[in-house]
Design a protein around this ligand. Structure first.
Ligand code: BGP
Length: 469
């Protein structure tokens, strides 16, 4: 079977990496506004260094980003020109509830996204909305301690009820949490948590995970009740772990790493905590704070589809000495693969392997909602970007994706590349790591006109879409 006729081709962004206008339209301050870029970023993202120390002073790039807030018409017109069928974007929670815990939403924020969705529909583009993409209102972090606190579930329920009601008929595809498994690695982005010095991190992280899983099930329930046409998906930072060798200890290490990743999706898709996780909790003397009502909620409100990001496969070894680089999750270097400028290993076949694993495990439609190559793009003497390396990367991954559909029989809803327009990198907090088909004139220091222009890959992707792959 070829790709379905209504295959959802498109691109994906996140509010905090493109909108800018961090203090306009009544928006409140969020974690993503104050995480520094540069050398201290990782310590803050992983919850090891207090983010609150950085509250003042870091204005660029995240707070301005590519100013999508004021350029959305132009940007969506360009997506329309490429033939996008879908545009994945996220809602900035603090535009809708500036503090996070108010009773009433901010009308200006609601109106902004309504206009964005209407603009998409003008070009026949179906919005695919991530409800939270690494963002959390600052007030919820300071006053409640982020997702440690079960009150966040209440506030999230209020948020989703507002969104599903207001955008009924305008949005049909929703993702509850971006890369929910990143919570275990980047606690500030994944859960609005910076650790106290003597905190039991295991307990804190899995408590927060439970709250997000419960919140996600509420979103599925409320989303279906408000509009039965709504399709709700989970979102995993995917990329299978390969064993470093066929030594059983390495195979076992890879299986353990895969468990850590699949844990979230096991709950969201199968509706119950897997046995391996419950055993791990026992070993850590961690009592899952789950009520009978929550157990039932999780069981009855599983997701409609499984979405995931894929940049790279990963390798696990039983040898603790081996360490490598990766996106948020460190892995062992794979000697058979080349890597990007940031050390992300390039493995198109790994996409097909990952798709098969996910489909075997869950038997639900898949949706690839991030894939792409981050690179430094240098304009040539005519000011153009000849990004053949990006075309090559995407072509190979799209080929592997098609094989997974045509030869392995996987049900795939769509494919959105990451950052179809250049935006701020989540990993570095800077502009110079670019993914786009559209170049944005902006550098790491806030210099540049913000002018948009097409790279070579723009026309290429347009053809990919027009020919349905
Ligand atoms: C994913 C995130 C995105 C995005 C992407 C690329 O983990 O969901 O927000 O940024 O990775 O990562 P980076 O920006 O670090 O290159």
């Amino acid at each position: 079977m070829p790709l379905r006729k209504d295959f959802l081709w498109g691109g994906a962004t996140a509010a905090n990496q493109c909108e800018g206008a961090y203090n306009e339209g009544g928006r409140g301050l969020a974690n993503v506004d104050v995480i520094p870029h540069g050398s201290e970023r990782w310590a803050v993202v992983s919850g090891n260094r207090r983010m609150l120390d950085f509250e003042e002073g870091y204005y660029y790039p995240a707070k301005q980003a590519i100013d999508f807030y004021h350029h959305y018409k132009e940007d969506i017109r360009l997506f329309g020109e490429m033939g996008f069928k879908t545009y994945r974007m996220s809602i900035a929670w603090s535009r809708i509830y500036p503090q996070g815990d108010e009773e009433q939403p901010n009308e200006e924020g609601l109106r902004f996204y309504e206009e964005v969705f209407r603009e998409c529909h003008r070009y026949g583009i179906e919005p695919l909305v991530t409800i939270t993409h690494f963002d959390c209102p600052m007030h919820l972090i300071k006053a409640y301690g982020g997702w440690r606190n079960p009150k966040l579930v209440t506030f999230y329920k209020r948020l989703v009820t507002t969104l599903f009601t207001r955008y009924k008929g305008l949005v049909h595809y929703w993702l509850t949490f971006n890369e929910i498994n990143v919570l275990l690695h980047g606690s500030i982005m994944g859960a609005g948590i910076c650790f106290e010095p003597d905190e039991d991190r295991f307990k804190t992280l899995y408590t927060a995970a439970h709250h997000e899983l419960v919140a996600s099930a509420w979103a599925v329930k409320i989303g279906h009740e408000i509009d039965p046409e709504n399709k709700l998906g989970c979102m995993l930072a995917a990329g299978s772990y390969y064993p470093y060798s066929c030594k059983p200890e390495d195979v076992f290490a890879a299986q353990q790493e895969n468990h850590k990743n699949y844990f979230f999706i096991d709950v969201q898709s199968r509706g119950a905590y897997p046995a391996y996780a419950l055993k791990e909790f026992e070993r850590h003397h961690f009592e899952l704070p789950m009520s009978e009502e929550e157990k039932k909620l999780l069981k009855e409100n599983t997701v409609d589809f499984i979405s995931f990001s894929y940049y790279s496969s990963r390798v696990a070894s039983s040898d603790p000495q081996l360490q490598g680089e990766g996106n948020m999750m460190k892995g062992v270097k794979n000697p058979y693969l080349e890597a990007s400028q940031w050390g992300w290993q390039i493995d198109p076949l790994g996409l097909r392997i990952t798709m098969n694993e996910l489909y075997d495990r869950y038997q639900k439609p898949l949706f690839i909602v991030e894939n792409g190559l981050g690179a430094v793009d240098v304009p040539d003497e005519n000011g153009e970007i000849q990004d053949d390396y990006r075309i090559e990367y995407l072509r190979a991954h799209i080929q592997a994706m098609k094989e997974a559909v045509e030869q392995d029989g996987i049900d795939l809803l769509g494919y959105t590349t990451w950052g179809p327009i250049d935006l701020v990198s989540a990993g570095t907090g800077e502009m110079s790591k670019r993914y786009g088909f559209i170049y944005v004139d902006r550098d790491d220091f806030g210099q540049g006109t913000l002018q948009r222009f097409k790279k070579k890959s723009f026309a290429w992707y347009k053809k990919v879409i027009a020919s349905n792959g």
